[in-house]
Design a protein around this ligand. Structure first.
Ligand SMILES: Nc1ncnc2c1ncn2[C@@H]1O[C@H](COP(=O)(O)OP(=O)(O)O)[C@@H](O)[C@H]1O
Ligand SMILES: [Mg+2]
Length: 314
């Protein structure tokens, strides 16, 4: 294997060629490609499911669309669905690109920490970011014990460990509300319910890129689960210094350069961080933002290249 400094960065007419890892060529992929084009940069959609390894090649990787080069930067929009093995391999490709000195946003490590809600809660907890008390256990007996012990103080929220977009969340008030072990894939992630109804329910989504909050909204719903995919309405929101500070600390806690941070005001009106998304979409957010979020995102991504953070040289 060559040293990382020997690996050629892909360039089109002097500009770095960027890869956008996607699963589907959807609205987000189109927005990003167009924003990169407006910035004069060629962005090539790649599917991590089509990537692989080849020890006979100088850089040891197979990245369709890049030949013997590696991308100047990889923006990870989607990893794609697959078996445990194929998802591990895709993360391995991202880890390896990082090891070659290619800026990968977000890094495989950040994606791993955010996909696993227990790992996110742990990272937030040890970073001192306010987050509701959370317990993760692997047996029904242990989950029952937590509900017996904590249930008297109010309901708990059971979330799928790898969940997203509000799917599969359930309020647990008593032991019998707990699903069977098989139904939770062997993991019970239980969190204190901290929402308060104030003219329906609201949570806050802040969009962080490279140490800056670039857009934000509240999501308003009649139901306590306030994901846009489940019908919540995005509303414009101007975050205060506390919300901005929490969002930046949350992203830093999981090592995410780019993140969608969800938070909520509890009964004492304190902000609590619920989760950090390492591959957040921004379609709902774009409805309330008076500027192109993709343009802002691309300009902060290109700042990485301009600052020369790619260690590999052409
Ligand atoms: N601990 C909690 N207390 C109250 N509401 C919650 C809690 N956790 C999640 N919610 C609600 O459910 C939504 C989805 O939860 P979240 O943790 O963000 O998972 P997902 O990955 O599915 O978006 C949140 O936006 C919020 O409205
Ligand atoms: Mg969420």
């Amino acid at each position: 294997m060559p040293r990382s400094s020997d690996v050629a960065l892909s360039r089109a007419a002097g500009q770095p060629k960027v890869a956008i890892a996607i699963d589907l060529y959807d609205w987000h992929a189109r927005e990003l490609t167009a924003a990169f084009a407006r910035a004069g940069v060629t962005a090539v959609p790649i599917r991590l499911g089509h990537c692989g390894f080849d020890t006979g090649r100088p850089h040891g990787l197979v990245i369709p669309g890049f030949g013997t080069d590696v991308p100047g930067l990889v923006f990870v929009r989607q990893i794609g669905f697959g078996t445990f093995e194929s998802v591990t391999l895709r993360l391995g490709v991202l880890h390896s690109l990082g090891a070659l000195g290619v800026p990968v946003v977000n890094t495989a490590r950040a994606v791993e920490l955010c996909v696993d809600k227990a790992a996110t809660s742990f990272a937030l907890g040890i970073a001192g970011v306010p987050t509701p008390p959370t317990w993760t256990v692997q047996s029904e007996a242990a989950a029952r014990q937590i509900v017996r012990r904590e249930g008297g103080r109010g309901p708990l929220v059971l979330k799928p460990l790898f969940g997203a977009q509000g799917f599969g969340l359930k309020l647990v008030r008593r032991e019998d509300d707990l699903p069977a072990w098989e139904e939770v894939e062997g993991v019970y992630y239980l969190q204190r319910f901290v929402a308060v109804e104030r003219d329906g329910f609201r949570d806050i989504r802040l969009f962080v890129s490279h140490g800056e909050v670039i857009a934000s909204m509240t999501r308003h719903a009649s139901h306590w689960i306030t994901n846009v995919k489940l019908g919540a309405r995005p509303e414009p929101f101007e975050p205060d210094a506390e919300a901005i500070d929490l969002a930046l600390r949350s992203a830093a806690a999981v090592g995410a350069d780019f993140a969608g941070v969800d938070m909520i005001r509890d009964a004492a009106d304190r902000l609590q961080v619920l989760e950090v998304n390492s591959m957040p979409g921004w379609r709902g957010l774009q409805k309330v933002a008076p500027f192109s979020i993709a343009d802002k995102l691309v300009s902060s991504l290109l700042g990485r290249i301009a600052r020369g953070e790619a260690r590999a040289a052409p």
